[in-house]
Ligand binder design. Structure first.
Ligand SMILES: Cc1cc2nc3c(=O)[nH]c(=O)nc-3n(C[C@H](O)[C@H](O)[C@H](O)COP(=O)(O)OP(=O)(O)OC[C@H]3O[C@@H](n4cnc5c(N)ncnc54)[C@H](O)[C@@H]3O)c2cc1C
Length: 304
């Protein structure tokens, strides 16, 4: 077969193919990090695995770079490129839960918000990112840490199999049993081994958690971070936490005169029995005086 032209690609795929001549081009080439300003030759809004295969073929046959965009959260902007083709999977976000088998299959462009909302209904979860808008794709392929990682392992440890379009445009299954070397590479090797059209995860029982954000004075950050590191090392595996710095948003639980100030923050997540949550999370309050907090029982997806 000869090289496909853009028009032939348009005929071959279900999703829209956006080029610099199209009005939606600027919107289509955007990624999360607004410092990234790349101009691909085409963005293909893939609708299914067939579209991904056609996009990979198109890029290969025309000698163009190919970027795969999942959730678009790559800080250096690996979900886009200059002059090449973007396979944008953000329209492929379906999540199917097999509650009896305790697995879930997420399409390659699903976010953790999509995933957690789907599995929560069954009281199940896998380790995902701390923020709902991060992509299942890039996060899992890079390893994936989150609130549940201490008990359940990294996101990639929960991966059972993946449907992958390889550079020659074939769709293959990668798992412990099939294409085991590719499966090994996908679990932490980043986005360079193929375009994953669906990820199958093992699920574990997690529904409502006890936790939320706690804000400490910035001056207490050294004590808070050191105490967190010491405490979490031996804490039960159901306890997760995310220490960070945070500019206080205008939320009702933060004193109004402190909105806009920078704080040291711990977001706590206890995924064990709810009635043990207050004791587990309360330990963080001993690190330093808490300025504001929004801690209590809540659905796991709400924390994200
Ligand atoms: C606000 C924010 C919060 C974050 N929180 C966490 C966190 O809690 N835990 C954590 O571990 N990391 C976190 N990260 C880092 C994040 O996991 C990585 O940036 C990750 O690469 C983002 O994946 P994405 O699919 O959203 O991004 P994209 O930019 O779409 O993709 C990132 C990389 O993965 C590849 N890729 C994406 N989807 C696929 C696919 N389906 N098939 C093949 N390749 C694919 C892309 O080609 C690219 O190389 C966070 C990042 C941000 C910006």
């Amino acid at each position: 077969m000869g090289k496909l032209s853009i028009d032939q690609l348009r005929e071959r795929v279900r999703g829209a193919v956006v080029t610099p001549d199209d009005e939606s081009y600027d919107e289509a080439r955007k990624v999360h990090n607004a410092m990234i300003d790349r101009r691909p030759a085409a963005v293909v809004h893939c609708a299914n695995a067939g579209d991904v295969m056609a996009t990979v073929d198109f890029a290969r046959e025309n000698g163009l770079d190919l970027a795969v965009r999942g959730g678009g959260h790559s800080v250096p902007g690996f979900g886009t490129c200059d002059g090449g083709v973007v396979a944008d999977l953000s329209g492929m976000r379906g999540v199917r839960v097999d509650a009896a088998g305790r697995t879930a299959r997420a399409e390659g462009g699903a976010t953790w918000g999509d995933f957690n909302a789907a599995t929560y209904a069954f009281g199940l979860a896998a380790t995902g990112g701390i923020i709902s808008t991060t992509g299942v794709g890039g996060l899992t392929l890079g390893g994936g840490i989150g609130y549940l990682a201490r008990g359940l392992g990294l996101s990639c440890d929960n991966l059972v199999s993946a449907d992958v379009v390889t550079a020659d445009g074939r769709l293959v299954v990668a798992s412990e049993e099939e294409n085991a070397d590719l499966f090994w590479a996908l679990r932490g090797g980043g986005g360079n081994f193929g375009a994953v059209t669906s990820f199958e995860f093992r699920l574990s029982p997690v529904k409502d958690i006890y936790g939320g954000p706690m804000l400490f004075e910035l001056a207490d950050a050294p004590t808070v971070l050191r105490s967190f590191a010491d405490h979490i090392a031996d804490a039960p595996e159901e306890l997760g936490g995310f220490p960070a710095f945070q500019i206080a948003p205008p939320l009702p639980f933060i004193p109004e005169d402190r909105h806009g100030d920078t704080f040291a923050l711990i977001v706590a997540c206890w995924s064990g029995p709810l009635d043990e949550g207050e004791r587990a999370v309360g330990a963080f309050r001993d690190f330093a005086p808490v300025v504001a907090e929004h801690v209590g029982p809540m659905p796991y997806p709400a924390l994200n």
